[in-house]
Ligand binder design. Structure first.
Ligand code: TRH
Length: 362
């Protein structure tokens, strides 16, 4: 067994859709560099999209260092000497030339998508010897038997500080980040009919046309405030990851989606409604139910019913005023429950640390 410490890591990110792939790769790259003192090179296939998540990125450069991470274009992988660890993300496939140059010194790990399904523990940390070198599979997850969740050491404490800074108003603060196929108009209607004032913050995304249509507008601009009955909508810019974390921590309810914002909502410690990434054969619904079963296992029946109902309506059907109001009526239970569950999850070893330990043990 080698006692060599794997210091140099190459992370490969192919942007398939939206911001989840790069959001996760960028977060993880920085954490490995800052908290584990590793030399991280991040290879990205689309710098233009990546620049939404890494705002100081210069799309003209083949390589550049930002926040202690060396960022490369995908093509540059052809010319580099492979590192100690090649971290492929979401089965994006390593560039052929890089793979050919790997030889026996590089350990190849594929980081999989997050799921709360029970099979994850079984598949986590398995290897396939069909390839040369062997390919190891690392599955994030919610239990100790999995690869864990991405969590910077101080994020949970930070969000609690942000929560405490929150101003007291009698309006309920909501953030909204979702896929455009969600029943957005239904939700806005239900919010407008709420028995309390709602301030809903919408970071700019592909849902803006739906919000414009709801208010009979052709376009809406960043900074717009739109109102209907008890609902005030605030259109804010697409935020930096840090500012988005702060928004989540300062809200009473967060609508999140995909993978990364979902986990951030947990660390914000606030009630949240998760819309999984749409998959064929209703795989996303299975994924949703597995998560609800795990996360709300100890929640009282009454609140649990409200939580399942709103998620099911948001993901597969229509939100009605009743479903929304029912959720609001149980918020006094959901709020402490979520905070408590998040603080429990925050005691587990985080994904980056588990990756490092995994590599040491190989
Ligand atoms: O963008 P997404 O839909 O990403 C998805 C999922 O990861 C999905 O599992 C995957 O299959 C698909 O990509 C390819 O949602 P997600 O995962 O929440 O990523 C959004 C990122 O954007 C996340 O890092 C948070 C960040 N973000 C900001 O930085 N500022 C913002 O204002 C907002 C709303 C999000």
């Amino acid at each position: 067994m080698s006692h060599h410490v794997a210091k140099r890591w190459d992370i490969f990110c192919r942007i398939v859709d939206n911001f989840g792939d790069i959001g996760i790769c960028w977060r993880l790259s920085q954490q490995l560099a800052h908290e584990h003192n590793l030399q991280v090179r991040l290879f990205i296939d689309d710098l233009v999209i990546a620049s939404h998540i890494i705002p100081t990125l210069n799309c003209e450069l083949k390589s550049q260092v930002i926040n202690q991470v060396e960022i490369f274009t995908w093509q540059s992988a052809k010319t580099v000497q492979p590192a100690d660890v090649a971290l492929e993300t979401f089965s994006c496939e390593l560039p052929a030339d890089y793979l050919a140059a790997m030889q026996g010194n590089t350990v190849w790990v594929n980081l999989e998508y997050l799921s709360a399904e029970s099979w994850v523990a079984e598949f986590h940390a398995r290897s396939s010897n069909n390839t040369k070198p062997a390919r190891h599979f690392f599955f994030p997850g919610f239990t100790e038997a999995t690869g864990g969740l991405i969590r910077e050491t101080d994020i949970f404490q930070k969000s609690q500080l942000n929560t405490n800074k929150q101003q007291e108003t009698d309006a309920l603060k909501v953030s909204l980040f979702c896929y455009p196929h969600a029943p957005i108009a239904d939700l806005l209607n239900a919010m407008a009919e709420s028995n309390l004032h709602i301030d809903c913050y919408v970071p700019t995304s592909s849902i803006l046309p739906h919000i414009a249509a709801f208010f009979n507008l052709n376009v809406i601009e960043i900074g717009s405030k739109l109102s209907k009955k008890n609902l005030n909508i605030h259109i804010v810019p697409f935020l930096s990851q840090t500012d988005y974390d702060q928004l989540l921590a300062s809200c009473d309810i967060n609508f999140v989606r995909g993978e990364d914002s979902w986990v951030r909502a947990i660390w914000a410690g606030k009630p949240f409604i998760w819309q999984p990434y749409l998959q064929t054969e209703n795989t996303h619904v299975t994924k949703l139910n597995a998560f609800l079963d795990l996360f709300y296992a100890d929640c009282c029946v009454h609140a649990k019913a409200a939580i399942y109902k709103i998620h099911s309506a948001w993901v597969t059907g229509n939100i009605t005023s009743d479903i929304w109001q029912n959720y609001l009526n149980t918020l006094h239970v959901i709020k402490p429950y979520t905070l408590n569950k998040a603080s429990q999850l925050a005691t587990q070893t985080d994904l980056a640390s588990k990756l490092v330990i995994f590599l040491q043990k190989l």
